[in-house]
Design a protein around this ligand. Structure first.
Ligand code: CA2
Length: 144
């Protein structure tokens, strides 16, 4: 099983700023932890982060035929990107949306996700553990 972890804008700053909101772990720390957990389940994972919407769309399109599933934190694009939503719908790769913070407990504009309706489900508010929960969710969905 091959899973792509996609990360949207500013997540490259994880662990360096706003630790109260997003925690102390860097994206690389999270990647290392997920790779360790995934290998126990015989899952191969790749991580990708971009601050550019079109690059994320390209990555989703390229994922077709390579990855069985996607775990995605679209970051701010969650709330704005019709393009990412359309790309997910086009490739039909099962996707779990994840967020570090609970987007439903924050500003009004964060409560709506344009991308979640193109996903099998959403995990939000568990900090870095949302990545692990996302891994388990996509694994359970795909192994059925
Ligand atoms: O809670 C999440 O995972 C979010 O996807 C994070 C996004 C935010 O726009 C979403 O509403 C919820 C923001 C990511 C910004 O990451 C930073 C990390 C460190 C320092 C500054 C920003």
């Amino acid at each position: 099983m091959k899973i792509l972890f996609l990360n949207g804008p500013n997540l490259n700053l994880l662990g360096t700023r706003e630790p109260d909101k997003y925690g102390l772990q860097t994206l690389k720390d999270i990647e290392n932890y997920i790779k360790e957990e995934a290998s126990k389940l015989n899952i191969e994972t790749d991580f990708y982060q971009s601050n550019i919407e079109g690059e994320i769309v390209n990555k989703i399109q390229e994922a077709k035929g390579i990855y069985n599933g996607i775990v995605m934190n679209p970051a701010a694009y969650t709330h704005t990107s019709v393009a990412i939503r359309d790309a997910l719908l086009a490739v039909e790769i099962p996707t779990v949306e994840i967020h570090l913070s609970n987007i439903h407990k924050r500003e009004e504009f964060r409560k709506n996700s344009l991308t979640a309706p193109a996903c099998i489900g959403q995990i939000t508010g568990f900090g870095a553990n949302s990545y692990k929960l996302g891994l388990i969710a996509i694994y359970d969905f795909l192994k059925k």
